[in-house]
Design a protein around this ligand. Structure first.
Ligand SMILES: Nc1ncnc2c1ncn2[C@@H]1O[C@H](COP(=O)(O)OP(=O)(O)OP(=O)(O)O)[C@@H](O)[C@H]1O
Length: 235
């Protein structure tokens, strides 16, 4: 479970995230939507420890992680699938997976288990990062995050640039992970992407959470959230 309160973060003394508070229960998928520059990636980076918050608490299963170094946060069970996938062009799929698993004893997620979940990768083990399609790169980024044995998975625009069918497969995998008890925070620019997967949808605008609604209600009537997003877009 993820609990954030009073989170302020930014760059070089300037504040991007203002007093963000959010709770995500275990096994739930929380989407964060917002226009370009709203602070979505900044939020994910603050949780993952890639950016040190100015203040606030970020607890995962009751351990406060705010301000801890990224490697310790990863060890505590926070996995990140970064925007743009960040797959290494010159490493093979097998090498990526081996590196991600290095030094783990009795892992829950093994290479065999991630390959069962994403069989396409099993057929690409010898391919290098730059020989993979966008969908295969996304699966690899997800596999790599799973091998870090996360309890909380952070996904930054995982379906960006993917064709419909491939995006659906990625969403299916993410839904299965949450059904297995993983807590998922997913950042999306587009509401129609978030709506297909999330249990709750929050809107980030200029670094402030201005709404946080059950997704069922948003699916039934997306107009209020669409209106918030279009107001944010015009500002
Ligand atoms: N490394 C950085 N140094 C200084 N400012 C930054 C840095 N990274 C992001 N920002 C600024 O922080 C604000 C929020 O950026 P962020 O990338 O978190 O937005 P976002 O909602 O993820 O946008 P997008 O949907 O385009 O990815 C923007 O004004 C951006 O210019």
């Amino acid at each position: 479970m993820l609990r954030i309160s009073g989170l302020n973060a930014g760059y070089g003394g300037g504040t991007v995230l203002h007093d963000v508070a959010l709770t995500v229960e275990a096994g739930r998928i929380q989407a964060i939507v917002g226009r370009n520059g709203a602070g979505k990636t900044t939020l994910v980076h603050a949780i993952a420890g890639l950016l040190r918050p100015y203040s606030g608490t970020i607890t995962v299963s009751d351990v406060d992680l705010a301000g801890k170094p990224a490697h310790r946060i990863a060890r505590t069970g926070v996995g990140l699938v970064p925007q743009g996938r960040r797959v290494f062009a010159s490493l093979t799929v097998a090498e990526h997976l081996r590196l991600a698993l290095a030094g783990r004893h009795n892992p829950m997620w093994t290479v065999g288990r991630v390959l069962d979940l994403m069989p396409r990768l099993a057929q690409r083990l010898g391919h290098r990062g730059n020989q993979l399609s966008g969908g295969e790169q996304q699966m690899l980024a997800l596999a790599r995050a799973l091998l870090t044995q996360p309890r909380l998975l952070l996904l930054d625009e995982p379906c960006e640039g993917l064709a419909g069918e491939v995006a659906s497969r990625v969403r299916e995998v993410i839904a299965g992970l949450a059904a297995g008890g993983m807590t998922v925070l997913i950042v999306e620019q587009q509401l129609h992407h978030a709506i297909q997967l999330a249990d709750r949808i929050a809107v980030l605008d200029y670094g402030r959470l201005i709404a946080d609604e059950p997704a069922d209600g948003v699916r039934a009537d997306p107009a209020p959230i669409e209106a918030l997003l279009s107001i944010a877009q015009r500002r």
